[in-house]
Structures are given as C-alpha cells and as structure tokens.
Design a protein. Sequence first.
Length: 358
Amino acid sequence: LLVLQSVQLIASGTGESCDDGKGTCIDTDKSECFDGEGYVKTGYCAGPSNIKCCESSIDLPERCMSATGPDLLPGSYEFTLRNQGFNDGHSGALVYIPSTFDSVKSKGNLEIVVYIHGYENCIRNIVRRSEDACNCSAGQDIRDAYNLIDQFERASIDTNKTNRLFVAAEVEYDQASDNPGRWAEEGLFRAYLEELLHEHLSNVMKTKLSLEDIHRVRIYSHSGGYYVIGNMAAVGGLTPVVKELCLLDSLYADFAHFDDFVTSNLANFGTTNDEEYRFSSVYTADGGTYQNNVDMATRAKEWVKNAQCPEVYEFDNDGSIDLSAAQIQQYSLLFKLSPLTHNDIPRVNFYDFLLSAL
C-alpha cells in the first residue's frame, strides 16, 4: 500500500466542541465520523452524517475525494449489471476501449481481456497509474494501482490490435477476501459478458457486438483473485472461448480448476494459430505461491510427457531474470519465478503478455 502523506488533527480536546455551520462535533476522543469525501472526523458527530466539523483529515489528493471511489479515466466506462459477482451496490465492470479498437472489424473476431484484482481494492483504482492511486472507500488508505489502462493502450498500439477490449471484473469490493461470490454460479460469466455487450456497450459502440462475436477470452488474475478466475474458466459457461489463463502471483488455491483447464485442452497447447490455449503463472519467492507453482509445474511436466508435447512447457525457477517476450511466445504452458515484487508483476508483465499474445 502507498503510505499516506500526513494526518492533520484540527479538533480541540475532549468535551469541547466546534461548529462548522452545518452541525456540531463533540467529545473528540470517543469516535470517528466520515463525511463521504475521504475525510476522517475525530469525535462524536451530531447533526447530518456528512457534516464537516472538527476536521481530522487523511491528507488525500483531490483526485481521491469522491465518495464513490476514484474518477473514471478517459476511454473507460463503468457499469452495474444484474449478472455480476457481487450485487452490493458497487459497479461490476469497468471497460476500457483502446484507441485502436474497431467494432466493425471485431464482428466475429472479438477478443476480451478480463482482469481480476486481489484483496482490498476496486476496479476504478487498479487501472490507474501507480502514482495516481486512490482509496476505494471513504476514510480508508490509498490502495495499490497497476497502470493497467496505460499498459493495455500501449500494447494495443504496439501490436495494432483492433479487436481487443479490456474488462476489469469486480470482486468483493475493497475487502481482504477470496470469496468468489456469484462468480461460482454456473453460467454467470457468460451472462455477465452477454449483458455487458448487449445492454451496455451497444450504446457506446458504432457497431453492436454480441456473445456470438467473441472469438477469444483471456483472463488475468493478480493475488487474491484465484477463486474467481478458476470459476470463470470452469463453470462460467464460456469454455469454448476461454483460451488463456494467466496468474500473476495468484496460484494460492483452486488447483483442481487450473489442472483441469490444462489437461482438458492440452491438445491445443503449442499450436501456432488462434485456436491455441495458454496457461501461465508468474510467481515470487516470498509471496506465498512458490511451492504451489513448483508442485503444479511438476505435475505439468508429466502431463506434457504423456501427451508427447514437451516443447510447449517451460519451468523457469531462476528468479534472477525477468520474464521475456520470447518465453511467452515460445511456451504456452509457462511457470516463471520472477525477480519482481508481488505488486510489480502486474505493473510490468501485464504489458508483456498483451504484447506477445497471438
């Protein structure tokens, strides 16, 4: 987490009171009161719940003052859906349409990149530049941001991709939780994308796109998003088009779903056309996923041996060198120990995977 710059106390002592013209704040040592704009009020607040009195404010930059979270970035759209993982009053999808996107050329050839974030965060924040990170909930700390939209835009330009959309799917909002919620429901992921395309994106695109236009779905998970990505792939209802799973230091659990994704589609690993399936896991030595990756890589070595396709597999447990584009392109079943930190992996390698994808 980014460290807050300062906390400034303006309240007077216990038992005293102050008045900002909207209400009164008394007994400053008894409780905290939030005004919905990033401020923390020390004291017992009388009057409207959103009053500004006896200010004791977290020194947040102006961009983080919205009660609904960080502002949307240009080119992105946020939607609340009936079919989303959590119906908790928060939006379930943030979509970014890159400058290269052409809805006409995407008919029958649409590629959707879905990103699942980890603990204590929100979709509006994760896409921001790291230096522009915000809090997701009023009064809470600034959360980590990963520069996802910039990476996606840059990769779209560098590869001249005209058919690729970015979707950040919300998990349990700003909670330290791996609960998949409704994402574990049969067919929910299919219904989610169908609703998103048919009812929401149809209003902002030149040409309407539908579920039938999806050719490939790539799903990326960072940190605590493992149960969500596993369920999207296994029971989401889009098995024929979910052709790539990428775990960014995220192999903490749900091993059966990931094993099944690889073994069920191994015949299509290592092909050189759009039918290729991919599974990649980039991990750290100290992020809690190391042994899980070693264990799955060991199982995978037997799978490719039995299927007589060892050339698709790479287990690089040397953490001194970062992931290379050549590795991504050459190996469709990849396990890579990274020298990057847990939070820097998505900040760097998300672009690498997008750039190297077919």
